[in-house]
Design a protein around this ligand. Structure first.
Ligand code: ADP
Ligand code: MG
Length: 461
């Protein structure tokens, strides 16, 4: 409800509750380490406790857009904080700072999260194939995922999806589950992440419920196990996953794994488990190309019912390259900024919104890569970009092309253009050669790794 008096002084509640400002500050302290930094700065930092009475904590937020956003996206974290910080039964009300807008009320809810855990499958309904933008970078992974969702156990089993942080692995795993259940209601589907599985296992051991634990997993039709790189160094967990794997596979049930790297690169994974993980189909998700990044931004904007002009989409997509999560974060930040003063979404505003984010990514550009490779191979910039033909030069050039493709997601044609208009097949050949060398020659692979890390850390410039 709107607050008639523009009372910004904390009113102290009638019980032994701390005042509203302090209570909300404590809640924010609790929430801060549990949400993303940008999320916190964008949505939570501009809020303050305003009043506390009749079991309702009123929190002042910049406008009603914030009120909606906070309750849609942060209510779980805020509720958990409320439960942990206050000993009282409290509700929370977000109140826009100066409009007579109705605020949004969040009731303190039971500890278990509602929507996100429907049916015990632990599937989130918004993570679907429909909401997943397909591009070159993920086409194969999406095709394989769809096929698995449509015929669990019958196509690729296990399916192993790997890719960098924030590129959509969890989204895809969830989409598989959602589609599989939609196609075949009653299918026993379960999503969990390897770290949650670990906690569950530990509890089962402590409470002596290992049998129930085993039965639960053994009886599934489709297991979605996220982030299996977490298994590294956890032998007990590996053993359990090995067991679950064998019994599911024996029963013809489907398993989907995700990881931040391919199975053979998960060090110290017991050999027999590593080979099992990779025994079906292994597909990767790459960082999206520019066109896909633009499409993703457009899709996110459409989901928020917001207008995103083409030039603004291009501006953001050209700058935020390495993770879809960061891309999404940038859009949300822009949206928040636009809503703060009811400003239109323009390139200038996007520039303001991205200021901090972009700083982190900007250092890597094609010139840095070329310079770093020239340094590393002891050749000149001139030679590398123009036609010099010695073996050393060719390799330096090929490595530069490879690194550009890997970290800048430039098109083959764009890369060719930077090396005296080489055509795209030459670039493709270069990338393939470096890729092959990496696989066949570990020392070379280590060199490339080092070079690439150096470039992104800004050591060579
Ligand atoms: P990962 O598990 O690989 O770290 P997530 O699946 O959590 O990444 O994805 C991060 C965010 O980016 C999620 O909000 C997800 O919905 C979104 N996302 C990732 N890829 C796409 C895509 N191709 N289309 C639409 N949204 C995507
Ligand atoms: Mg994930």
């Amino acid at each position: 409800m709107g607050v008639a008096d523009s009372d910004v002084q904390p009113r102290v509640g009638h019980q032994a509750l701390p005042d509203a400002v302090k209570l909300w500050a404590d809640i924010l302290d609790y929430v801060k380490p549990r949400v993303s930094r940008e999320g916190f700065e964008t949505w939570l930092a501009p809020t303050r406790g305003r009043a506390l009475s009749n079991g309702v904590l009123e929190v002042e937020v910049p406008n009603s857009f914030f009120a909606d956003w906070l309750s849609q996206h942060y209510s779980a974290e805020v509720r958990a904080a409320l439960t942990s910080v206050s000993q009282q039964e409290l509700s929370l009300s977000f109140q826009p700072r100066d409009s007579a807008d109705t605020g949004v009320l969040i009731r303190r809810a039971p500890v278990r999260r509602p929507a996100a855990r429907q049916n015990g499958y632990r599937l989130q309904s918004h993570l679907t194939f429909e909401n997943f933008v397909v591009g070159e970078s993920n086409r194969l992974a999406v095709a394989a995922s769809r096929s698995v969702a449509e015929r669990p156990g019958a196509s690729y089993n296990p399916l192993f999806i790997y890719g960098g942080v924030g590129l959509g692995k969890t989204h895809l795993a969830q989409a598989i589950g959602n589609l599989a259940v939609a196609k075949k209601p009653g299918l026993k589907v379960y999503y969990t992440a390897a770290d949650d599985l670990f906690l569950e296992l530990i509890q089962a051991i402590e409470k002596n419920t290992r049998l129930e634990f085993k039965d639960k997993y053994r009886s599934l039709d489709l297991l979605l196990l996220d982030d299996v790189h977490y298994l590294v160094g956890k032998e007990r967990l590996q053993e359990e996953v090995f067991y679950i794997f064998n019994s599911l596979q024996g029963a013809g049930s489907q398993i989907v794994f995700t990881s931040d790297r391919p199975p053979q690169d998960i060090p110290a994974l017991e050999g027999r488990l590593a080979s099992r993980l990779g025994s079906g189909l292994v597909v990767d998700i790459q960082a999206p190309e520019l066109e896909t990044r633009i499409a993703i931004l457009k899709q996110k904007a459409a989901m928020d019912h917001a207008e995103l002009p083409d030039d603004v989409a291009y501006f953001i997509a050209a700058r935020v390259r390495t993770s879809v999560r960061a891309l999404e974060g940038s859009w949300i930040r822009l949206l928040a900024l636009a809503s703060l003063d009811a400003r239109p979404v323009t390139v200038a505003l996007a520039e303001e919104a991205l200021r901090d984010l972009v700083k982190e990514e900007e250092p890597v550009d094609h010139n840095r890569i070329i310079r770093a490779c020239a340094d590393y191979f002891g050749v000149t910039l001139e030679d590398i970009t123009n036609g010099g033909r010695t073996k050393q030069l060719a390799l330096a050039r090929q490595v530069a092309m490879y690194l550009m493709r890997a970290s800048l997601s430039l098109s083959l044609k764009e890369i060719g253009g930077l090396f005296g208009n080489k055509d795209h097949t030459t670039v493709m050949h270069a990338i393939k050669r470096v890729g092959d060398l990496r696989t066949s020659d570990p020392a070379f692979a280590a060199k490339i790794e080092k070079l690439s890390k150096g470039i992104s850390r800004g050591e060579l410039s």
